[in-house]
Design a protein around this ligand. Structure first.
Ligand SMILES: Nc1ncnc2c1ncn2[C@@H]1O[C@H](COP(=O)(O)OP(=O)(O)OP(=O)(O)O)[C@@H](O)[C@H]1O
Length: 325
């Protein structure tokens, strides 16, 4: 893929706030036209700070970013009409009705689609006469989304689009976002919900402390992490009584009290070996839990590894190596 296929291209992007805090630390990633890219991360990882650079709301402190081939900050006028932005807080005047808000917004949007059409897309057409302050939190998020869609954007930036929505509202938003992507819109979204990224993202990046800790398709990100088997060691048995862990395809283990947790890249072989041993030995493996690697596990590993690194650095005055098992 040449750089011309990318509609978002960030290279060594940095953002340092006025107090000197570095929220985005040399971030590089690209998003192809028509792709749905999710930025995941722990609280304060730097997702919103990054998104604001892509939206041209602030200049980067270092590195570069191109959106639709332009610098979104210095060439804002070229980029802004072609992108839709849904911020975490819409901040619409609370006294206006939904229809008035949409009309006001349409007045500032070149080539805006009819207001009714935008409201229908997010299923707010029956709430047109309601004042913004009377909308529920979820309805306000849908109004934010409708305004981002008014200009039929080529790229849609969505900052936590489903926060505050109930399960049904979330599913409806996912459906709409998927339809927009299928229609050719490029979508970059931030989210706290791993399920949202799993459902929607063609590719994703997991951010931690201003950096990308993992990036790729969901299956690629997950493949880097092991599956797990946990169970209670039967009474009178020791870890050494199990079949040799290496032969089972186990690459690591933990013990907490009598609970054993085995990590493996070959889940079926390891589980079969363990269950065969239990069967032949005539013991019951209480609390048995067999779990494939998942995005949640990848995410937790990244957060855990980073915490250990911070602790090691604090303990020894040095920075540890990246630490996924
Ligand atoms: N204006 C600012 N001045 C100084 N620090 C800031 C400013 N805005 C954000 N930060 C800090 O930068 C870091 C990244 O914040 P950011 O909002 O980008 O993270 P996030 O990943 O979007 O978090 P969340 O998921 O909680 O919304 C945080 O430590 C935050 O406290």
């Amino acid at each position: 893929m040449t750089t011309h296929d990318y509609v978002i291209d960030a290279e060594g992007l940095r953002r340092v706030y006025s107090g000197g805090f570095e929220a985005v630390r040399s971030l590089s990633f690209s998003v192809a036209r028509g792709e749905l890219f999710a930025l995941l991360g722990t609280n304060g990882a730097g997702k919103t700070s990054t998104l604001e650079l892509l939206e041209g709301l602030a200049p980067p402190s270092g590195g570069s970013v191109r959106v639709l081939g332009h610098d979104p900050y210095t060439e804002r006028a070229k980029v802004r009409p072609r992108v839709g932005v849904m911020l975490q807080e819409g901040g619409f005047p609370s006294e206006l009705t939904v229809r008035e808000t949409a009309r006001m917004w349409a007045g500032c949007t070149s080539g805006a689609r009819p207001v009714g059409e935008a409201l229908e897309l997010v299923r707010l057409e029956r709430r047109e006469d309601v004042r913004v302050k009377q909308l529920s939190g979820g309805e306000r998020r849908r109004l934010d989304l409708a305004m981002a869609l008014l200009g039929r954007p080529e790229i849609l930036f969505l900052d936590e689009p489903t926060t505050g929505l109930d399960a049904e509202g979330r599913r409806e938003t996912w459906e709409l976002v998927r339809e927009l992507r299928d229609g050719g819109t490029t979508v970059l979204l931030t989210t706290h919900y791993l399920e949202e990224a799993e459902e929607l993202a063609d590719r994703l990046a997991i951010m931690h402390e201003g950096r990308i800790a993992a990036e790729g398709r969901v299956d690629e990100v997950v493949a880097a992490y092991p599956s797990q088997i946990s169970f209670e060691l039967p009474d009178g048995y020791h870890l050494g009584d199990l079949p040799p862990l290496g032969q089972l395809g186990v690459t690591g283990h933990e013990m907490a009290g009598r609970t054993v947790r085995l990590f493996t890249g070959r889940l079926q072989a390891a589980a079969t070996g363990l269950l065969t041993w239990a069967d032949v030995t005539g013991v019951e493996l209480r609390g048995l839990d067999v779990r494939s690697a998942s995005l949640e596990e990848a995410f937790l590993n990244i957060a855990r590894a980073a915490k250990e690194e911070t602790k090691e650095a604090g303990d020894a005055g040095v920075t540890g190596e990246g630490a996924a098992r």
